[in-house]
Design a protein around this ligand. Structure first.
Ligand SMILES: Nc1nc2c(ncn2[C@@H]2O[C@H](COP(=O)(O)OP(=O)(O)OP(=O)(O)O)[C@@H](O)[C@H]2O)c(=O)[nH]1
Ligand SMILES: [Mg+2]
Length: 420
């Protein structure tokens, strides 16, 4: 296991520095690194050659030697020449927060789409730093920052990077196209869509699993949950059917983190696009986290960046088993839950049901006796509120969406809105 030292330069007294450093520590652990020391420095301006001042570099060097560290990770984004200069003095590998996050994504990516997106983000990071990083990349064999395109590092020059990037983008385009077709088919079915969003490790995948558990027999549909950053890198969509037979699709998405590299957000746009098409968002918050307010802000800012506006949102303040006092909630509407202890999940489901199916209309239909197939359709696809046999056939009162309403207009006897 690599022993690493974390360094954070606190420019102009950013009060979030401690939090960023704690998160950097988590990111390092998520990457399988052992953090042996973490240091910060207050500074008013950047020292261009090595980012931090000379005195600080010497201090880092002392820690590197004494603690036998083999890597230094900066919380601040470094240029290629800063990496080179720092490595020359410190004599160990130097990376920054961005490359660390890219590395985690590279290790976790499983689908073709996610892998291509990460590779493109890595190339985008590498390109402007190529000159400074060549030495570093040459020196390094395997490990952080070398997964994905980095493996071909020795042959890389700008022209080749551009060429490789164009190739990857074309490949990504193909993958995205076929997924879009799938999505379009779903849209055609006019089925409502919910997306679960939120900071990494908040409990998004847990929520999806619990919803599957309480509504489905088929628990094979469950997704991966783990106490680590970026457990989920792909979006998974599941169909859920409520007791009332109403169905909707629900998508678990990639978690966000502060200072998520722009390259990454850009290249993950196609994955995140699913969010922009949702009818309803469930924003899961780890309310036990001291900085959850900030995490909400970061998530909302990232959502804005990918073009999410005006989608009704339910805030789910999760992990209430971890704190005893009532928390002050700042975003509305909200519910406080413990997904682990399975409290509050039904309320989330009620919110979804209320929000998604506002366009249902209560109608009474007369189905002739010889139209048995139609009866079974309404049995399976809708919620039959009332049933009565009359001379001409069966009278059923059901909730229909606008599409069904126009399709079965000929059978309608009576109409009234459900949600008045
Ligand atoms: N104590 C407690 N832990 C919870 C609760 N809900 C989820 N967790 C834990 O929080 C961790 C993260 O849960 P996930 O569902 O993987 O979180 P996520 O938001 O999908 O995370 P990423 O996929 O990494 O973005 C897991 O270890 C869960 O078991 C809860 O109500 N209470
Ligand atoms: Mg997840």
């Amino acid at each position: 296991m690599n022993k690493v030292i974390l360094v954070g330069a606190n420019i102009q007294r950013d009060r979030m520095t401690d939090y960023y450093m704690e998160e950097l520590d988590n990111l390092a652990q998520a990457s399988g690194l052992e953090v042996v020391y973490s240091m910060t420095q207050q500074m008013n301006k950047i020292n261009p050659p090595t980012y931090v001042g000379k005195g600080k570099v010497d201090e880092i060097k002392t820690y590197v030697d004494n603690l036998d560290a083999d890597m230094v990770i900066f919380n601040n984004e470094l240029s290629g020449s800063q990496v080179r200069n720092l490595e020359n003095i410190l004599d160990v590998r130097v990376i920054d927060r961005t490359i660390l996050i890219l590395d985690i994504f590279a290790t976790r990516a499983k689908t073709k789409e996610a892998m291509l997106q990460v590779e493109i983000a890595q190339l985008n990071y590498l390109r402007p730093r190529l000159k400074g990083l060549t030495e570093s990349l040459n020196r390094q064999q395997g490990g952080i920052g070398s997964r994905g395109p980095g493996e071909k590092k020795l042959e890389l020059d700008k022209r080749r990077i551009d060429h490789e990037k164009a190739r990857l983008l074309a490949e990504l385009d193909e993958v995205v196209k076929s997924r879009k077709i799938q999505r379009r088919n779903r849209n055609k079915a006019n089925i409502k869509k919910v997306a679960i969003v939120g900071y990494t490790n908040a409990g998004k995948s847990t929520l999806l699993n619990k919803l599957i558990e309480i509504t489905e027999k088929d628990i094979d549909k469950k997704v991966f949950v783990k106490d680590m950053l970026f457990a989920t890198l792909e979006t998974s969509t599941r169909q859920i059917e409520l007791n009332s037979h109403k169905q909707f699709l629900i998508t678990d998405t990639v978690g966000f983190v502060s200072n998520l590299p722009h390259n990454l957000v850009d290249s993950f746009k196609s994955t995140l696009e699913e969010i922009t098409e949702a009818d309803y968002l469930i924003h899961v918050v780890d309310a036990s986290h001291a900085y959850h307010e900030n995490q909400i802000e970061v998530t909302n800012k990232t959502l804005e960046e990918i073009g999410v506006h005006d989608i009704p949102t339910l805030y789910v303040y999760n992990k209430c088993d971890l704190f005893s006092t009532d928390i002050k909630t700042s975003h509305f509407p909200n519910v406080t839950v413990s997904l682990l202890q399975e409290s509050g999940i039904k309320t989330v489901l009620d919110f979804i049901e209320q929000e998604l199916f506002t366009d249902l209309t209560n109608v009474t239909l007369l189905i002739p006796f010889n139209d048995g197939e139609l009866i079974s359709y309404f049995n399976e696809e809708t919620h039959i509120l009332h049933r009565e046999y009359v001379n001409e056939g069966t009278l059923i009162t059901v909730e229909l969406n606008p599409l069904q309403l126009s399709k079965y207009a000929d059978y309608i006897q009576e109409k009234s809105s459900t949600n008045s």
